[in-house]
Design a protein around this ligand. Structure first.
Ligand code: 13P
Ligand code: SF4
Length: 310
């Protein structure tokens, strides 16, 4: 790359020349969020991917998100700046193992969190995200038993919220499971007026002390309508960029992880950089490609989710 390139200007030029749209998740680095055409949570991003009329979708997020975009918009070219941007939660559910687990519960309906591979989606009945999970579960008849995969923390939270006794797959997000209850409590003692806001991928003891629980979009909207001045934010740090932009007079404190060497940046999300974004737009690779039979099978439960959340 010519280091003298103005990457922001080049990316804008490529967007126009190629009729490309950049969809970014809130956990992306600030520069990427600033060049994106749409920034959102997993539900918002999949809705955008389904309806865009761009020729190229550049997905600034992780693999399962770009794959979901390809499932919904197969005629479009879907690019991911770094193909290695995976997800510990998606990796915690290998399809062959999950198929065997599912076979033990033949009467159960499978609701899967969108943070999973196309292989898991193809084995699922309905997909959900953290912003529509309660609505999706409530749309299922009360006497219908449910398997919820792959996130045990979101699953346990939903069992409490909905009163539905779901069978849970034992997966977790490497970023959200390492927040320290002890350190958050100490931080709260030093900032008694700060509200604790947390993502439901956090473990139950952390969620128990939260003033508000929601998806990334849910957390951001809460900080806009709420009247506190300070927040302890218990999710990946990327979201602080929009929180600070939307609320310049409020203070946002990232919640500490349990180990001084650990970090609450998602290593997968942060594999994407502005340089890689530019290169992938210039050379139109790496591209997401999928087996058509798998794509069709994985689309069915996503379509059900989009119908229920419409
Ligand atoms: P949402 O943005 O849908 O809340 O998802 C959070 C997440 O962990 C994405 O990887
Ligand atoms: Fe996966 Fe967690 Fe990273 Fe989201 S934050 S992409 S759930 S590892």
């Amino acid at each position: 790359v010519d280091v003298r390139l103005d990457l922001f200007a080049e990316i804008e030029r490529l967007k126009k020349e190629k009729n490309a749209i950049i969809l970014a998740h809130y956990y992306q680095e600030p520069d990427i969020q600033d060049v994106a055409d749409y920034i959102g949570d997993s539900l918002g991003l999949s809705q955008q991917a389904a309806k865009t009329d761009a020729d190229i979708i550049v997905f600034a997020g992780v693999h399962f998100m770009a794959e979901t975009a390809k499932i919904l918009s197969p005629q479009k070219k879907v690019l991911l700046p770094d193909l290695k941007a995976g997800c510990s939660l998606a990796d915690s559910a290998p399809p062959e193992l999950f198929a065997r687990f599912k076979a033990q519960y033949p009467d159960h309906l499978v609701i899967s969190y969108i943070n999973c591979s196309a292989g898991i989606k193809a084995l699922s009945d309905i997909i959900c995200t953290s912003s529509n999970a309660e609505k999706i579960i409530e749309a299922v008849p009360k006497d219908q038993p449910i398997i919820f995969a792959p996130d045990r923390n979101l699953g346990s939270y939903l069992v409490k919220k909905t009163g539905r006794d779901m069978v849970l797959w034992n997966g977790a997000c490497m970023v959200h499971e390492i927040f320290s209850l002890e350190k958050i409590t100490k931080l709260k003692v030093r900032h008694p007026k700060a509200k604790i806001i947390a993502h439901p991928e956090c473990e139950a003891p952390v969620l128990a002390i939260a003033d508000f629980i929601g998806s990334t979009t849910g957390l951001l909207k809460f900080t806009q309508r709420d009247d506190a001045q300070e927040y302890i934010v218990v999710t990946e740090t990327g979201i602080l960029h929009q929180m600070q932009k939307e609320n310049p007079n409020k203070t946002f404190i990232p919640a500490p992880p349990n180990n001084a060497c650990a970090c609450n940046d998602c290593p997968h999300m942060k594999l994407n950089t502005l340089e890689k974004l530019y290169l992938c737009m210039e050379y139109e690779q790496p591209e997401i490609t999928m087996d058509e039979a798998l794509r069709v099978a994985a689309k069915r439960p996503i379509d059900r989710m989009l119908e229920i959340s419409a």
